[in-house]
Design a protein around this ligand. Structure first.
Ligand code: MN
Length: 242
């Protein structure tokens, strides 16, 4: 029986070797029946440029590349790794998808996204999101000197290290109106996203379904969809490490 896997919000960083090793383990499973792996954003805690990827990310690229030889990997950007570019994607064998991606999943019209665009109540963040998506903002950032971008990276990393000590993450939840609107726009029956770190399967109107993949902070979270069933599984780190 064939199936498709979905993960998101791994927030990989050099500070969390346990998450990294769980993900490496995940990539080593038998996937002969797996049609595809979708990574729904925030694979990395911080991403500031393909040319200044940390060693753990370079190693991971090799591992992803091996995986992609037998099973295609698709990637949607998250708010943490929206700067992940073509060079890293190519190196790791991942196909970059647009921020909202529609597909037919075993006969079910489905829409995939990271999920941050649905948290419309967070006005300040939505403003930043509009700004960062402007091509000139990206252009300017990408043309900053390398030393400047490394300084920004260091700042972001130490900031995320501090906030990691206080986490679990609490993020505003999606807005039901934004969900309904996107379902109507895309004609999808099923929506799959991450970002909120609230793994769940929510029924929607007209037999619709909204599935949220969980973060990989205290355990892994994997969604497995086959023609017959949908299952949202958690993946204990120690077990994955064993
Ligand atoms: Mn996110």
């Amino acid at each position: 029986m064939n199936y498709t896997l979905f993960v998101g919000d791994l927030h990989l960083s050099a500070d969390r070797p346990d998450i990294l090793s769980a993900f490496h383990q995940f990539l080593s499973q038998d996937v002969t029946q797996c049609d595809a792996l979708y990574i729904l954003g925030d694979l990395f805690e911080v991403w500031v440029g393909d040319d200044i990827a940390e060693p753990f990310a370079q190693e991971l690229a090799e591992r992803l590349k091996q995986f992609s030889v037998h099973t295609p990997i698709y990637f949607i950007h998250g708010n943490r790794d929206f700067l992940l570019g073509k060079a890293y994607a190519e190196h790791s064998g991942m196909t970059l998808l647009p921020e909202v991606y529609c597909l037919d999943l075993y006969g079910q019209p489905s829409v995939l996204l990271h999920g941050d665009s649905l948290c419309t109540l967070d006005k300040a963040y939505q403003r930043f999101r509009r700004f960062r998506n402007m091509s000139w903002a990206k252009f300017i950032y990408n043309h900053l000197p390398r030393s400047k971008r490394i300084a920004i990276a260091d700042k972001l990393r130490s900031k995320s290290k501090q906030s990691n000590q206080l986490k679990s993450y609490s993020i505003m939840d999606v807005e039901p109106c934004a969900v309904a609107q996107l379902m109507a726009q895309t004609g999808a029956k099923r929506m799959i996203h991450g970002h909120t770190h609230r793994p769940d399967i929510h029924p929607l109107a007209n037999n619709g379904q909204r599935i949220v993949v969980g973060d990989w902070y205290e355990q892994g979270s994997v969604l497995k969809v086959s023609p017959e069933q949908v299952s949202l599984q958690s993946l204990p780190f120690n077990e994955a490490d064993a």
